[in-house]
Design a protein around this ligand. Structure first.
Ligand code: UDX
Ligand code: ADP
Length: 463
């Protein structure tokens, strides 16, 4: 089966970049990305591709090349489903905030709504591809809904998890380590798998395209993220020990990373991992393990999150204790709010939790992030529901530039590893701060020696 029309439901951080690259690399396939969110679609259609709703290096060029040729963004969900032979589901699957599985299980209501809509609208056979990160065996639920509520047409479900990391999404999509496609072991299932393999083979070497059964594919995605998050929590756990023993976590990371069995990546100690995937995926893993009565397995992975929460709280606590046990009424500047550099995504960013702790201590926060604005920052804080929006507003100022954020501050906390932070005029920042001027580098990116020479009291992670 040759695919000529693809529909993707969900124009977010996963659906948008993935479909833009598929369209760029497969000019013969018409790719339509649909979303219920009219403002988001309007932004994707903005004549100036610098205004697309997601900031990712290189993405606006890809969109500029393909949009209007074979890449379309639309709110006409049903029309796009009806036309397509292959439908990707890329909607959000947040952790449940209510009812059974609250705080642990993924909320699959958006996935179910999509499945019901696909079933209702489809008048021809379709291949439905899970792109969003999902708990294991979600494909079974989707299949059940499609087969029981459809119009007699046939559906094949594939799992094709996305491994792109934000900030490097375009490069990850263009040169993936691997593409993973899981499907039914039946003949029809294999045809569907082959159809999707052929799409990727337009630019990915076939040797890098792995095919598995559905459940292996679904579980591999959770496992990959759990392993990556575990490395961060492992090095962060060691960072606390380094601070006590006089070891330097950067040196330890380098020393162990040169062991080819361990490898150097994902060993950067930090204020804690964030992002929409790591915590959610581990919670999914923990939830499934518990559901099967595998308590030791659940506890093992749960510890990765416990460590991450500890690391965020520990950072805030260190600021308070270093500033003579009180930050009440003190101005503290935050450099960075995004969960990592080169993205405007703030989901689960460590900055949110550190800010919440410091506001509990009555600190006055002044934040600057190169890509995140005031509305997002306030809405992230308000989402925690720790206090009223008015109270948050009172304690939180969003600065236009870093110098304004740091002016008159008692301390600076670096929450995101944006490259530009290294190149600021640190002497000027120092001159305008309260003394002693503290820097808490939650990403170990600043030049500690240079800052100390200027006069700062520099505190990194794990040294
Ligand atoms: C992750 C996976 O890497 C990706 O494959 C999957 O598709 C989605 O989830 P992402 O969340 O975009 O991607 O970013 P990632 O680069 O994995 O970073 C996650 C968090 O870990 C960030 O907050 C980052 O700052 C932190 N991190 C990462 C560290 O603190 N130290 C490290 O060494 C690496
Ligand atoms: P991700 O990081 O997984 O891409 P996002 O939240 O960035 O998550 O994007 C998911 C998108 O899916 C949102 O823009 C949301 O409006 C959209 N969405 C959710 N449910 C539906 C639906 N039933 N039909 C169309 N779009 C949907």
């Amino acid at each position: 089966m040759k695919i000529t029309k693809i529909c993707c439901i969900g124009a977010g951080y996963v659906g948008g970049p993935t479909m833009a690259v598929i369209a760029q690399k497969c000019p013969d396939i018409k790719v339509t990305v649909v979303d219920l969110n009219e403002a988001r679609i309007a932004a994707w259609n903005d004549p100036d591709t610098n205004n697309i709703p997601i900031y990712e290096p290189g993405l606006s060029d890809v969109v500029a090349e393909a949009r209007g040729r074979n890449l379309f963004f639309s709110t006409e969900v049903e029309k796009a489903i009806d036309e397509a032979e292959m439908i990707f589901i890329s909607v959000n699957t947040p952790t449940k905030t209510y009812g059974s599985g609250k705080g642990m299980a993924a909320d699959l209501k958006y996935i179910e709504l999509c499945a019901r809509q696909i079933a209702r609208v489809s008048k021809s056979n379709k291949i439905v591809v899970e792109k969003s990160t999902l708990p294991v065996r979600t494909a079974e639920a989707i299949k059940n809904i499609l087969d029981n509520t459809g119009n007699g047409v046939r559906f094949q479900i594939l799992s094709n998890p996305e491994f792109l990391a934000e900030g490097t999404a375009v490069q990850d999509l263009l040169n993936p380590d691997r593409i993973l496609i899981g499907g039914d072991t039946t003949e029809e299932g294999q045809h569907a798998i082959n159809a999707l393999v052929d799409v990727y083979a337009n630019w990915v070497d076939r040797a890098r395209i792995l095919t598995t059964n559905l459940w292996s594919s679904e579980l591999s995605k959770l496992t990959a993220n759990a392993f990556l998050a575990q490395r961060v929590s492992s090095i962060n756990a060691l960072s606390e020990l380094c601070e006590k023993t006089g070891a330097d976590v950067n040196e330890v990371a380098k020393a162990i990373g040169m062991d080819s069995r361990i490898g150097p990546k994902f060993l950067k100690a930090s204020v804690g991992f964030g992002g929409s995937c790591f915590q959610k995926d581990i919670l999914n893993l923990v939830y499934i393990a518990k559901a099967y009565g595998l308590n030791e397995v659940a506890d093992y992975w749960g510890q990765v999150i416990i460590m991450n929460d500890h690391q965020k709280r520990r950072f805030a606590h260190k600021i308070v204790t270093t500033l003579y046990n009180t930050v009440s009424g003190k101005k503290i500047a935050f450099l960075g709010w995004a969960f990592k550099k080169d993205t405007n995504d703030t989901r689960e960013s460590a900055a949110i939790y550190v800010a919440d702790d410091l506001i509990n201590e009555q600190a006055e926060l002044h934040v600057f992030d190169p890509k995140v604005g005031e509305n997002q920052i306030l809405s992230d804080l308000n989402y925690l529901d720790s206090r009223t929006p008015e109270e948050n507003r009172k304690q939180m100022t969003v600065a236009e530039n870093p110098y304004e954020a740091c002016k008159g501050a008692h301390a600076i906390a670096v929450l995101t590893e944006w490259d530009e932070f290294r190149n600021y005029d640190w002497k000027k920042i120092y001159d305008n701060m309260m003394k002693p001027a503290f820097v808490f580098d939650g990403r170990n990116i600043l030049d500690a020696k240079k800052l100390t020479e200027i006069g700062f009291v520099y505190k990194g992670i794990g040294s």
